[in-house]
Design a protein around this ligand. Structure first.
Ligand SMILES: *Cc1c(COP(=O)(O)O)cnc(C)c1O
Length: 380
């Protein structure tokens, strides 16, 4: 159950991000327990939420850090992750970002193109060091999720396509400052159909065979993240089914002796612990529904506008009979809408509204558009 105390909330200005730290801890414990059964290593994808109290919990629960920018690498290290626990992915790493990560001697660069491998080699040579690399391979597996969070199809910009691998291996023989330690995959996010991950395992096994046939032994397999959460039933189903998820990889991945398996989870670890609290400013009549106009908008939580995503909306202060509302924000964009035709108890100015499951890709995607002030965050 979400741990929200109304009196406590009312002391804060809105919009307000509230993080339920018990919920977070229960989730992290469960994930580590299930991953631990198979000695799987889980890196937390910082891009889902990089707030310091969240990162502290991750570190204390034994997660590594999965980063997609130089500043994320920096945030991980400044928040106490050791460089040996940091992996760095991303299609467009800048020279400065690579140099910083080389100086920190991070565990692994997940490289996404031949060109990037060449540049990384050159920069590592200048520093007289060796970069450990996992090749991010695009496995052409459909994640059955929203097209903006699909990353593992050949039409997507991510990863190295299978037909390029021959030339990648040839290239790697010339790159003396790169050490290939593994292969990496990340096919998308908010994946709720577990057969997608089974398909991924099949592809990973095929790629392993290919590398074996080329006499290349891979120490590390990184299968990325993407496990989805239940946005519709955050109360009934707050913790994703980590047992089924990790169990599936254990069942279907064919490992070689001594091989380590890595995961990069973001959303599934932090989505349910976060709630966006907002106050109702105005009620306005519409054609078929009324509008409830909130003081939070797409500048605080962009997911509905960007991905047409659903978030459960709750009125915390009204017990009246239900009425239908379009719940919208104050930003000058028609996409600034949290939900259409939402049934809520009759709602009035000053009511507190909770937008659930906002811990991942919420606060971290906030923008200053319309010169908005950044929302406060509290940890309860
Ligand atoms: C975003 C991302 C993740 C995390 O994805 P989730 O769906 O939040 O688990 C993992 N790996 C990479 C490379 C990513 O870009």
């Amino acid at each position: 159950m979400l741990n929200l105390n109304l009196e406590q909330l009312q002391q804060h200005a809105t919009p307000l991000y509230v993080y339920d730290m018990n919920m977070l801890r229960q989730t992290l414990q469960n994930a580590q327990q299930e991953a631990g059964k198979y000695n799987f290593h889980v890196h937390y994808a910082l891009k889902a939420n990089a707030n310091t109290p969240i990162l502290n919990e991750m570190r204390q629960h034994g997660f590594g850090a999965d980063c997609v920018s130089g500043n994320e690498v920096k945030a991980a290290i400044e928040n106490g992750f050791t460089p040996q626990e940091v992996v760095f992915a991303g299609v467009g790493k800048s020279d400065d970002e690579i140099n910083y990560a080389l100086d920190q001697q991070i565990f692994c660069f997940n490289c996404e193109s031949k060109h990037e491998l060449e540049v990384l080699n050159e920069l590592a040579e200048k520093k007289d060091t060796i970069a450990r690399v996992a090749l991010r391979i695009n496995p052409n597996v459909n994640a059955n999720t929203h097209k903006y969070i699909t990353t593992g199809l050949e039409e997507n910009k991510f990863g190295i396509n299978a037909w390029e691998l021959d030339s990648v291996i040839e290239l790697l023989q010339q790159l003396k400052h790169i050490k290939l330690i593994g292969i990496h995959f990340h096919i998308g996010s908010q994946i709720t159909d577990l057969t997608v991950f089974k398909n991924l395992c099949t592809r990973v096994n095929e790629f392993q065979e290919w590398f074996m046939a080329h006499n290349i032994r891979l120490e590390h397999l990184n299968v990325g993240g993407g496990l989805g959460v239940d946005y519709y039933h955050p109360e009934q189903n707050p913790i994703p089914d980590f047992a089924a998820y990790f169990g599936l990889f254990n069942q279907f991945l064919e490992l070689r002796p001594g091989q380590q398996v890595h995961f990069e989870l973001g959303r599934s670890l932090v989505a349910q612990c976060g709630t966006l609290i907002s106050k109702v400013l105005y009620i306005k009549n519409g054609i078929s529904t009324n509008f409830a106009i909130l003081d939070a908008g797409m500048t605080e939580l962009i997911r509905p506008a960007l991905y047409q995503s659903y978030h459960k909306i709750v009125n915390l202060t009204s017990q009246k009979p239900e009425v239908r509302y379009d719940v919208v924000g104050p930003i000058c964009e028609s996409s600034d809408c949290f939900g259409k035709a939402v049934m809520l108890p009759e709602t009035n100015r000053g009511d507190l509204i909770a937008i659930r499951t906002a811990g991942a890709y919420g606060e971290v995607m906030a923008s200053a558009y319309n010169l908005r002030t950044k929302a406060e965050a509290i940890y309860v």
